[in-house]
Write a protein that binds this ligand. Structure first.
Ligand code: PLP
Length: 386
């Protein structure tokens, strides 16, 4: 047989999935490995989905998505962050941020163009850049620096082939939230070098230590930023596959063109459920966010008490403690912890080289399980040091 696509063949399978698969075959595992809410979608949103099915919402929608949903998305962005997008023209409803990211990269990139990607980062960023024909250029951030994306470090990595900077704030896997000052400086450097900014704001509603800064709302940013958002995390809707992208008109136009041919539209029922989430889901989101915050405080304090240094995660639902004190690499740590004490975490190395020496723990897990996981980890750490 002729060889398969070389770029896809060269891409390793996701390191997170591997741990999932091992954990799924074991009993009594506490999983801190998954990147999704442990809440089921709030009832009013599920009910809207059921109602939609009962009433025959089984067709395609317009390619850009239901106008009502686009209007609600744009209204929310305008009222929360004072950034203005036209529902007809600047906004496309996608099958999650995942599809939005893929469309954006394929629309922005010519073969061989570079995208700067601060690491540690979400596992899909670099493969998606490669799949779109681009070259991901990792830029390190560090725990000592609170995983700050320093504009000067980014600027040092710019070449004549650089086309875009791809960031997520709040971030997976670190929970880091970038400051308004750093983001403003990032926009200024994007203007200086004429770069696009791709801003994954899927965790925008999950911030605990201050208000979210929407990148495209910063001065000068809107015309060079693609804003990606969704329902998976804050509304606990991972399985519905619905999100959105908002972009300057020429970019949004081409994303829509691509989406027309590749996806047609996001699932109709999911779009109607998302309408309900935006219209009536504010209290549900607030309740889940305050629950995550409670767990975050207990869990981070607990990690520090058992001897793991943990930078303060200001957003998302991940803690990213250092395991350097054990002398183990993150892969060995995660494998041993899983096999000996049945706690599943993700080795930091799967999020890029600067993630080594850390593990990602999701605290989107019930409090009693988090407490039990901390006890098991404490025993494991005792064994490591004896
Ligand atoms: N972006 C980040 C940073 C994520 O952590 C995830 C999922 O874990 C996604 C995007 C995927 O989002 P969606 O479910 O909207 O495709």
């Amino acid at each position: 047989m002729k060889p398969l696509n070389s770029v896809v063949s060269a891409c390793p399978p996701s390191g997170i999935r591997r741990f999932f698969d091992i954990a799924a075959q074991m009993d009594d595992v506490i999983s801190l490995g998954v990147g999704e809410p442990d809440f089921v979608t709030p009832w009013r949103v599920r009910e809207a989905g059921i109602y939609a099915l009962e009433h025959g919402a089984t067709t395609y929608t317009s390619n850009a998505g239901l106008l009502r949903l686009r209007e609600l998305v744009c209204e929310e962005l305008a009222s929360r962050y004072q950034v203005s997008y036209a529902p007809e023209g600047d906004c496309v409803i996608t099958a999650g941020v995942s599809e939005g990211l893929d469309l954006t990269l394929r629309v922005l990139l010519e073969p061989g163009e570079e995208v700067l990607v601060p690491e540690p980062c979400y596992v899909a960023y670099q493969p998606c850049v490669s799949f779109a024909g681009g070259i991901p250029v990792p830029v390190s951030t560090s725990a000592e620096d609170g995983f700050r994306i320093r504009p000067e470090t980014i600027e040092a990595a710019v070449t004549e082939r650089t086309k875009a900077i791809l960031i997520g704030s709040p971030a997976n896997p670190t929970g880091a939230v970038q400051t308004r000052a750093d983001l403003t400086a990032l926009v200024e450097l994007a203007e200086r070098h004429d770069l696009y900014l791709i801003s994954d704001e899927i965790y925008a509603r999950l911030t605990y230590t201050g208000a979210h800064t929407c990148l495209s709302a910063l001065p000068g940013a809107r015309e060079r930023t693609v804003l990606l958002g969704g329902f998976s995390k804050a509304h606990a809707m991972t399985g519905w596959r619905v999100g959105y992208l908002c972009a300057p008109r020429p970019v949004a136009d081409l994303c829509l063109r691509m989406h027309q041919y590749t996806m047609l539209c996001a699932p109709h029922v999911s779009q109607l459920a998302a309408v309900e989430a935006l219209q009536a889901g504010a209290d549900d989101v607030a309740e889940m966010v305050s629950d995550y915050d409670r767990r975050r405080r207990v869990f981070v304090k607990g990690l520090r008490e058992i001897g793991l240094d943990c930078p303060e995660p200001g957003g998302a639902f991940y803690a990213f403690p250092s395991i350097r004190s054990t002398g183990l690499d993150s892969e060995t740590f995660a494998e041993r912890l899983l096999h000996t004490h049945r706690v599943a975490v993700v080795p930091g190395s799967v999020f890029g080289a600067p993630g080594e020496g850390h593990i990602r723990c999701s605290y989107a897990t019930a409090l009693p399980l988090l407490e039990e996981a901390l006890e098991r980890m404490a025993t494991f750490l005792d064994e490591c040091s004896s």
